[in-house]
Design a protein around this ligand. Structure first.
Ligand code: ATP
Length: 316
């Protein structure tokens, strides 16, 4: 049996471990009625895309966080103290194996902050994998997934990667079969949207509407389109119950989505709680044309091309 690490940590002959973690887009985000515990039952089809943060764990006297970013990415809202989700992940793993979290977490961000692409969750997943490796802790995948779920509903998927259905709060994952690759364009907005505020607005709009909220169901047509690798059908099947709330809170997203549809996107939707908008293209060339068209129409702060599915957190 692998010996458990005991304080103080004996580092292997590594000075740093870097892990690459993907952003996600929700291909389906169906939100059930508000539960008594304040959560909603979700059906969440997550899809990992080739837009990556890098998380580096380096031995240090105490837990600290350093954040830098791609040029143009606003990281003012990213905490550098113990509230950073990656720091919380390192602390949770250290507590689990019974060591002090003597590590510096360096985060190189490319995933938009508060953009609905689960950047903070990605960083938490990256920190779990990086520290597990740095500390030679040997914590198995099932336990890492449990620690991840305690940190946040989207963290397990950032470990998992690929395409997956998440049930419950989104953390009970099963892989979804996909064929080939899907090409995407993401329109990044100026400033973020708070996930809690978007859920709150969703509840408010539904209460005002007064109609019953059905339990969420997996969209079988969407699953079939993924299995067939059919981007055209997938484009029509994309759905996000949070979109009306995100559009109410940020009305400029209506023209962003319309510009993508007018420019030939196979599908257009708000990513998660927004404000990033996602556009599905027919091919890499089509995505390039779509990205150019969106940039020219100046409906976003910046435009990024990516593809999915890609693997989850990976040691570099
Ligand atoms: P989701 O799609 O999971 O709802 P999001 O992509 O909209 O999340 P994040 O980028 O994860 O949003 O950030 C949400 C908030 O979390 C930020 O405003 C920030 O205050 C906090 N935060 C904590 N740690 C991080 C981190 N490592 N990177 C980004 N934000 C972080």
């Amino acid at each position: 049996m692998r010996p458990r690490a005991a304080a103080p940590v004996r580092f292997r002959n590594v000075t740093a471990v870097t892990v690459r973690v993907p952003a996600k887009v929700n291909l389906q985000l169906s939100v059930g009625p508000l539960r008594d515990d304040g959560y909603h039952d979700l059906v969440n089809v997550f899809h990992a895309v080739s837009l990556f943060d890098e998380v580096t764990a380096t031995p240090a006297p105490r837990l600290s966080v350093v954040v830098e970013a791609e040029s143009g990415l606003d990281i003012d809202a990213v905490p550098v103290g113990p509230d950073n989700l990656a720091a919380r992940a390192a602390a949770a793993l250290a507590a689990h194996i019974g060591v002090e979290p003597t590590v510096q977490i360096g985060i190189h961000k490319a995933i938009p902050v508060a953009g609905g692409m689960a950047g903070g969750s990605a960083d938490a997943a990256g920190a779990l994998i990086a520290c597990n490796e740095l500390w030679d802790a040997g914590v198995d995948e099932a336990t890492l997934l449990e620690l991840a779920a305690d940190l946040g509903s989207d963290v397990p998927f950032a470990l998992f990667g690929g395409t997956a259905v998440g049930l419950g709060r989104g953390e009970r994952l099963s892989p979804v079969l996909t064929r080939g690759r899907f090409d995407w364009v993401f329109a990044l907005a100026d400033g973020g949207l708070s996930t809690a505020a978007v859920y709150g607005e969703c509840d408010r709009l539904r209460a005002a509407d007064g109609g019953p909220v059905p339990p969420p169901q997996v969209a079988e047509g969407l699953i079939a389109a993924l299995a067939a690798g059919n981007a055209e059908t997938l484009g029509k099947e994309l759905r996000n119950d949070l979109q009306p709330a995100a559009l109410t809170l940020r009305s400029s997203l209506r023209s962003t989505l319309a510009a993508g549809r007018d420019s030939g996107a196979l599908g257009a939707l708000v990513s998660g709680s927004g404000p990033t908008c996602a556009f599905l293209a027919a091919s890499e060339d089509h995505a390039r044309d779509l990205a150019t068209a969106l940039s020219q129409r100046a409906v976003a702060k910046s435009v990024i091309q990516a593809h999915g599915p890609v693997p989850g957190a990976t040691v570099l």
